[in-house]
Ligand binder design. Structure first.
Ligand SMILES: Cc1ncc(COP(=O)(O)O)c(C=O)c1O
Length: 428
């Protein structure tokens, strides 16, 4: 297993699925030095069509729900297969080694700009976030502040804690779409009370792709002695976020979404001096010291598939977070702008600078989003997400593109939606 990411190593592995000599040459030329990637290809460059071929996605239905689960490139799938096979050669030894995990921890810490001893590699964002939501010592009457737009599983964890431990969970209803980040900040600032101990905030919200001003919220919270847990399931790998930029105390992220890692991988960041007080989900008192971040990783026997994060990080870093973010934004605007120009489409997402990126949600006025989702999937062959499954506040279809998405797929989606806007009766 490589101990650190190397661009040359990645290029050597170009057989990984970046088919095509043109792309290989371009990538080789731009990555031949070990210098940081200086945006070698624009978000519109035809070289993206080669990168799309690194993925083995079905093309008969267009995948427009990358926020649900990202597509891992072939190099990651091959690595998963290899690690599973390697483990089976001596499972009772291989499965319980920590060594191979450490370079991955260091790479993730490098990406997030924190210490390696502040990163735990867990199975998903839910596990990461639940570790803090269920493991932070709280007294009956203590308040946790969040929004009604936060991810359902996190809200369920808080509801359970309310019933079990007598804490108070306050879910603020936010404007959709928000006019400004200031409006979102004010909603949090006004809802804080003397009993608030923790704020859970998404960056961004899964239902609409709306960004929240996390750093501002953290500053306000810290001034009042309140800690902040960031749900970065939808941002890590899509934006350049760091511990310094966000200023949060805790953060949970999926690594199988925008980092395009193997399924069943997530990351927990806990600020060094807070590790000790958080109870792990799986007690590990005799195996790990309370201030060791690895106490959050003990879970019993599990497959070694997480080691394929090495290949995912290499793939991701070879393109670079900034360029990935730009490409996703370009694809998003390519479908959203033509719909925004049509008066039957209403958007739940703000497109003001910095307010959203690869996720956007629209409503086709006069339709029911469950029915529209069915139609899009079964008849028109687009797989999207009906947000009304998870909120009663509004109807909408969430569209989230990925690196495997092609321009032709986006064009077909736009043509289909404009046709449906003519065809589907209002109220029918
Ligand atoms: C905002 C948000 N938080 C948490 C999760 C859960 O992520 P995971 O499936 O990695 O547990 C999701 C999944 O879509 C999400 O969108």
């Amino acid at each position: 297993m490589p101990t650190s990411f190397s661009r040359r190593e990645w290029i050597r592995k170009s057989a990984l699925g970046l088919a095509g000599a043109a792309c290989a040459q371009r990538v080789t030329a731009t990555l031949a030095s070990e210098t940081p990637l200086a945006s070698p290809i624009s978000p519109k460059d035809p070289a993206w069509s080669q990168i799309q071929q690194a993925f083995v996605v079905d093309r008969d239905v267009v995948a427009l729900n990358h926020a649900g689960a990202g597509c891992a490139p072939r190099v990651v799938l091959d690595a998963v297969d290899r690690y599973v096979r390697e483990a089976e050669r001596m499972p009772s030894w291989n499965l319980f080694q920590y060594g191979p995990k450490e370079p991955i921890r260091a790479s993730l810490a490098g990406m997030f700009g924190c210490g390696s001893e502040e990163i735990a590699i867990v199975r998903n964002a839910t596990e990461a976030l639940d570790t803090v939501l269920l493991g932070l010592p709280l007294q009956p009457g203590d308040e946790v502040l969040t929004t009604t737009l936060d991810y359902w599983a996190m809200l369920d964890a808080l509801d359970q804690r309310e019933k079990r431990d007598g804490i108070v969970v306050r879910k603020v209803r936010m404007p959709v779409p928000a006019n400004s980040e200031g409006q979102l900040f004010e909603a949090f600032a006004e809802a804080v009370t003397e009993r608030t101990k923790l704020i859970l905030v998404s960056h961004p919200v899964n239902l609409t792709g709306q960004h929240f001003p996390v750093a501002r919220i953290c500053k306000m919270a810290h001034a009042r002695g309140i800690e902040v847990l960031v749900d970065a399931a939808q941002s890590f790998g899509q934006y350049e976020i760091t511990a310094e930029l966000l200023q949060c105390d805790y953060l949970g992220a999926s690594l199988h979404k925008w980092l395009m890692g193997p399924k069943g991988t997530g990351m927990l960041y806990v600020k060094r001096d807070k590790i000790k007080k958080i109870w792990p989900l799986f007690p590990s008192g005799n195996a790990m010291k309370p201030d060791n971040i690895r106490k959050f990783e003990l879970k019993g026997t599990a497959p070694m598939t997480e080691y394929a994060l090495t290949e995912a990080i290499s793939f991701h870093q070879a393109i670079g977070t900034a360029l990935i973010g730009e490409r996703l934004k370009f694809l998003t605007r390519s479908w959203a702008d033509p719909l925004r120009a049509h008066d039957r489409f209403e958007f739940r997402t703000s497109f003001a600078p910095g307010m959203s990126n690869a996720i956007a949600t629209f409503h086709l006025r006069g339709t029911n989003s469950a029915e529209l989702w069915e139609r899009l999937f079964h008849k028109e062959k687009f797989f999207t997400f009906n947000v009304a499954r998870r909120t009663q506040e509004f109807q909408g279809i969430r569209v989230s593109v990925g690196l495997s998405t092609t321009e032709a797929e986006i064009d077909r989606f736009v043509t289909t939606m404009l046709r449906l806007a003519k065809e589907l009766p209002v109220g029918g």
